[in-house]
Structure formats: C-alpha cells, structure tokens
Design a protein around this ligand. Structure first.
Ligand SMILES: Cc1cc2nc3c(=O)[nH]c(=O)nc-3n(C[C@H](O)[C@H](O)[C@H](O)COP(=O)(O)O)c2cc1C
Length: 187
C-alpha cells in the first residue's frame, strides 16, 4: 500500500461523499510527486556537506536533510542518495564538514546541487578536520568525525560526531516548497 495522505482518511457521509473516495488510486509516479510535495512543506535550512576522498580530492553536495540528533555526545545526521557518485567518498571519509549556508550563498547551493565537475570553483574554501573543506562566511559550520553509516531505502544515513563548530550569527538560507526563501518574521 502507498503512503496515506490526510485526505485518504476523511469519513464520507451519504450527503457529501469524500472527493478522494470517488477518485481512482493515483499512479505510482503521481503518488511519489504528491509525497515529495507534501514533504516539501517542511521548511529546512540548506547546507553543503564536504569531505576529502581517498585520492585526496574534495567532494561536496547541497544537502537539506541535515538535522541534529544528540547533544551528549554531539551527533548530527544527513542522508545521501545511494546513486550519488560521492557515496563511496563519504562512506570512507574519516571526517565530513556541514556548512550551513547564509542567505547570501544561494549560488553556492545551486552550484553544489549541479553536476559541475569543478564544484569548489564557487565560494572560498579552507581545509578543516580530516581535510574536509570549510566554507568562509557560512552561517555555521560543524566539523564532524564520521560516527556511523546506516541503510535507509534509496538513501544512506550518515551520522557524525561534532568535533569543532562555529556560528557566525548571520541569517541562514531557507528551503521550502522547492524554493529558496529568506527567513520570515519572528512570531
Ligand atoms: C535544496 C537541496 C537539498 C538537497 N538535499 C539533498 C540531500 O539531503 N541528500 C542528497 O543526497 N541530495 C540532496 N540534494 C541533491 C544533490 O545536491 C544533487 O543531487 C547533487 O548533484 C549531488 O551531487 P553528486 O552528484 O556529486 O552526488 C539536494 C538538492 C537541493 C537543491
């Protein structure tokens, strides 16, 4: 059975039948699109996660699956699609760095979400723990020692222990509904 949406559980009455009860079940592709769209309601920040591969080359990609997990010990998590050409590098790397992008760094995000072979041509980078590239003027940076890698469907979950971090105190870039956004008002 496919994922259930809120509308699927609506109780129908004889006077006003639920619209979804009269609709044919969505095709798998439509269902994936609708699930992706529902998941995209959740607003996130945007990061570029980096590491050094076994040949000493810098690797990195745009990631919004980043989340904090534990304070003691300090653990963070992100997920990487299994078909990524960077998978092996991240699985083997001793360290990775999570660069939380500022709202001035939307071009860095676009570039690291592309297939450009020269990803580090955009942004100013220095070498962090284990050689993982650290981005200047990022809103925050978490330098992590690789802690655990787990299977999760078509992705792998990568946990890291934060060994070093910095917080620039500037506004972070936001991603919601498939679009980049500025932070809104404080409520
Ligand atoms: C805002 C945003 C968030 C993304 N988050 C992830 C993510 O969490 N995990 C992932 O595997 N890909 C994510 N991607 C897609 C990768 O950035 C993209 O596929 C990139 O080309 C991967 O680089 P690679 O081909 O070197 O693996 C995201 C893309 C965007 C634009």
């Amino acid at each position: 059975m496919g994922p259930q949406r809120a509308g699927d559980t609506a109780v129908s009455t004889p006077e006003r039948p639920s619209p979804t009860a009269l609709t044919a079940p969505p095709a798998p592709q439509q269902e994936l699109k609708s699930l992706r769209s529902a998941l995209g309601r959740f607003a996130t920040g945007v990061t570029v996660v980096t590491c050094l591969d076994s040949a000493g080359e810098r690797r990195g990609l745009t990631v919004n699956s980043f989340t904090s997990v534990s304070l003691e010990p300090p653990l963070v998590l992100w997920s990487l699609r299994r078909v990524s050409p960077s998978l092996e590098a991240f699985e083997r790397a001793s360290h990775f760095a999570v660069n939380v992008l500022s709202q001035e760094q939307v071009e860095v995000s676009r570039h690291f979400a592309s297939q450009d072979p020269d990803k580090f041509a955009v942004g100013h980078w220095s070498e962090g723990l284990g050689g993982a590239p650290v981005l200047s003027a990022a809103a925050a940076v978490f330098e992590c020692e690789s802690y655990q890698v787990m299977d999760a469907g078509d992705h792998r979950l990568l946990l890291g222990q934060v060994m070093n971090y910095r917080d620039q105190g500037v506004a972070a870039l936001v991603f919601q509904g498939g679009r980049y956004r500025l932070l809104g008002e404080v409520l």
